[in-house]
Design a protein around this ligand. Structure first.
Ligand SMILES: Cc1ncc(COP(=O)(O)O)c(C=O)c1O
Length: 433
C-alpha cells in the first residue's frame, strides 16, 4: 500500500485500514472524526533516514510543518535540532523540553520581545532576516551584555519551480538579504562593525515541495561561492552553512520525490567538490526539512455525512471536516490521495468530489477522487500525507473545534492532542452581556 501512505498502513483481515496495528474503525469510535492519525514508526524512520542520508550534517526539523509538543519530543529523541519561527513555536519547544541550544530561530519580522526571549533562554542560533533585525539584536545584546552568534538569511536568486506561495529563494522575496542586489554584502559588512552580533554563518531556504536535486545543488554552490568571496574580501571564513528545507513528498501515487539518500549524496558531493575548488574548509552543514519529516506519517480520518449525485455533473461527497483542518487544497490547489478506509469494497470506482462542511466552494478535500460506487453515508475516508502544514495551519472557521491527533504504534494508541470543545471556541472571547 505505502505510496503516499505511512509505512505501517495496510488492510486488516476485515478489509479496514490499519495504521500502527490499529484499525481505523476503532480509532474513529474511540476518538471521533475528523482525526489526525500519526504513524510513529513512519515519523521516526523518516528522521533516521535523514540522519543516515546526510552523514555529518545537523538535521533540523522545521517545526512550522507541525509544532505540537509530542511531535517535537519525538523528533528531538531522534537527534534532530529544531527550527522555530515565532515566539509561539519557541514557547511550544520549551514546553516540550527541547534543549534551547538545539533551537534555531527564524522569521522575517521577529519582534523585540521574541528576540529578547531567544537571548534569555539561549537559543542555539538566530537567523537574521533584515537590517532592522540586526539593529534590534545589537541593541538587545548591549542591554544584556552579550554577543549573539547569528546566521544571515540570504536570498540566493534561485527560482525553485514550485507553487508561487512556497517559493522563497527568488530575488523579489519578503525573506532575507537579496544577494543580487548587494543586500547580503551590505548586511555582512555592517555586521563586522557591530559589538554584540557576530555572524558565524549563512542560511538559505529556496522553497518547499521541490522535486529533483538541481535547485538544492545550485543553492549549495551559490552559498559556498559567497563564503569564499567574503573570505577573500574580508579575511573572515564563516564556518556554518544552513541549506534550508524544501524536499518534496508524495501526496498521491503520481508524485515521485527524490529519495533522501540521493538528495544527501548530491548535496554532500557538491559541497565537497566546491570546497576543494575554492580551498574552503568544509563548513558545519545543516538542512532543515519539515514536510519530509512529518508529512507522510499522518492520515486524516473523516466520516462521510452526505452524498449528492447531480446527473451529468458531479457527485459531491461531504465529510465532517475540511479547510479548517487542511487548508492546502484551497491554498495551493494541493491534491491528497483519498481512500475508503473503514471497509473493503469491490464496487467499481467512480470519480467523486470530496468536500468539507465549510461555507466556501473552495472547501475541497479532493476533486475527481476515484472512490467505490457503493460509497455510503457513514463510511470512513482516509486522506494521505496530512502531517505537514495541516494541523499547524488549522483554524476554527465556522467555529469547528480542531480535531484530535493520535499516535499509533504496535497496536497502541497515545493521544497527541485532544479534540477541542465548544468551550475552547469561546475561551478568548469577552461577552458584552
Ligand atoms: C526557513 C525555512 N526552513 C525550512 C522550511 C521547511 O520547508 P519544508 O517543510 O518544505 O521542508 C521552511 C518552510 O517554509 C522555511 O521557511
Amino acid at each position: 500500500m505505502p505510496g503516499p501512505w505511512p509505512v505501517t498502513a495496510e488492510r486488516g483481515a476485515d478489509g479496514a485500514l490499519t495504521i500502527g496495528g490499529v484499525c481505523v474503525r476503532d480509532l474513529a469510535r474511540d476518538h471521533g472524526t475528523p482525526l489526525w492519525v500519526v504513524d510513529e514508526d513512519d515519523l521516526r524512520e523518516r528522521c533516521r533516514r535523514y540522519v543516515a542520508g546526510f552523514p555529518g550534517v545537523d538535521i533540523t526539523y522545521a517545526s512550522k510543518a507541525w509544532c505540537a509538543v509530542g511531535i517535537l519530543q519525538l523528533v528531538e529523541e531522534q537527534g534532530l535540532f529544531i527550527d522555530v519561527a515565532s515566539g509561539g513555536e519557541l514557547y511550544t519547544a520549551l514546553v516540550a523540553g527541547v534543549d534551547p541550544s538545539r533551537l534555531i530561530l527564524h522569521g522575517n519580522n521577529k519582534s523585540v520581545a521574541e528576540l529578547d526571549r531567544a537571548l534569555e533562554v539561549g537559543v542555539g542560533r538566530i537567523v537574521v532576516d533584515s537590517f532592522d533585525e540586526l539593529d534590534r539584536l545589537e541593541a538587545l545584546g548591549a542591554q544584556r551584555g552579550v554577543t549573539t552568534p547569528v546566521w544571515l538569511r540570504i536570498t540566493p536568486g534561485i527560482d525553485a519551480h514550485t507553487h508561487e506561495y512556497v517559493r522563497t529563494g527568488h530575488d523579489d522575496s519578503k525573506f532575507g538579504f537579496t544577494l543580487s542586489l548587494g543586500l547580503a554584502d551590505e548586511a555582512f559588512t555592517r555586521s563586522l562593525a557591530l559589538d554584540h552580533v557576530e555572524v558565524v554563518g549563512v542560511h538559505a531556504h529556496i522553497g518547499s515541495q521541490i522535486f529533483g536535486t538541481d535547485p538544492f545543488i545550485a543553492n549549495a554552490e551559490v552559498m559556498l561561492d559567497l563564503l569564499a568571496r567574503w573570505r577573500d574580501e574580508h579575511g573572515v571564513v564563516l564556518a556554518e552553512l544552513n541549506l534550508g528545507g524544501g524536499m518534496g513528498i508524495r501526496y498521491t501515487h503520481e508524485d515521485h520525490p527524490v529519495e533522501v539518500q540521493r538528495y544527501g549524496r548530491a548535496v554532500l558531493d557538491v559541497v565537497h567538490e566546491r570546497c576543494t575548488t575554492l580551498a574552503l574548509p568544509r563548513p558545519r552543514l545543516l538542512v532543515e526539512p519539515g514536510r519530509a519529516i512529518v508529512g507522510p506519517s499522518t492520515v486524516t480520518l473523516y466520516e462521510v455525512g452526505t452524498i449528492k449525485h447531480l446527473p451529468g455533473l458531479s457527485t459531491w461527497v461531504s465529510v465532517d471536516g475540511g479547510m479548517s483542518d487542511n487548508i492546502r487544497p484551497a491554498l495551493y490547489d494541493a491534491e491528497h490521495e483519498v481512500m475508503l478506509a473503514g471497509r473493503a469494497s469491490s464496487a467499481e470506482p467512480t470519480a467523486v468530489t470530496v468536500v468539507g462542511k465549510h461555507c466556501e466552494s473552495g472547501d475541497l478535500v479532493r476533486e475527481h477522487a476515484p472512490l467505490p460506487g457503493d460509497l455510503t453515508v457513514g463510511d470512513l475516508l482516509a486522506v494521505a500525507a496530512t502531517g505537514a502544514y495541516t494541523a499547524s495551519m488549522a483554524s476554527n472557521y465556522n467555529q469547528l473545534p480542531r480535531p484530535a491527533a493520535v499516535l499509533v504504534r504496535d497496536g497502541q494508541v497515545r493521544l497527541l492532542r485532544r479534540r477541542e470543545t465548544d468551550e475552547d471556541l469561546v475561551r478568548a472571547d469577552v461577552s458584552l452581556r
